[in-house]
Design a protein around this ligand. Sequence first.
Ligand SMILES: [Zn+2]
Length: 205
Amino acid sequence: MATFAFAAGGQAAAVERPPIAWNAIPYPAKRKRQMASYAQRHYGFHRYGLRNPKVIVQHLTESSTYRPIWKMFANNVADNELGELPGVCSHFVIDQNGKIHQLVPISLMCRHTVGLNWTAIGIEHVGFNPSDVLGRAKVRTASLRLTNWLRCREGIAIKNVIGHNESVQSWYHHERVARLRGQTHDDFPTSAMRKYRAALRKLTC
Ligand SMILES: [Zn+2]
């Protein structure tokens, strides 16, 4: 649950940051150059920084452990699906025990959602189905706390907290490469995200 406290003077204090383990993947100059080139190809501007994010995208790793995901994101090799560089990554990964790992600062872009990487923070959850998040108290609590903290901090509207499967419908979706305009994945469909957003609405900033 979000911690909501009143500071002296009656001002609402900021939402408490959940515990986050800093497990950075390498993001050296080479990866920054690759990210900026990717942004140029797909979004039309040459930049690797994530400025003023407007969307948070929820994902599922489709795996049962955290470590291989960290390695895959750290490796920075072209992905099997689209064959592009930099390699894919996500800012956060939440493990099945509810532990939140941060891999990349939110001031940098990550490749996690075609059409939205220019403006979206990515949160991966270790697991296969939305029930691996919504049905496990520790993971659900960690995910909602992290998302609420981020969206309050960055001023992101709850309607822009979306599942990967909802990416194409996002108002912020932008993709210059025509063949990729309809590309999405099936993790976190609307049926699950309706429940997720309803839970999020009960938390305050
Ligand atoms: Zn995904």
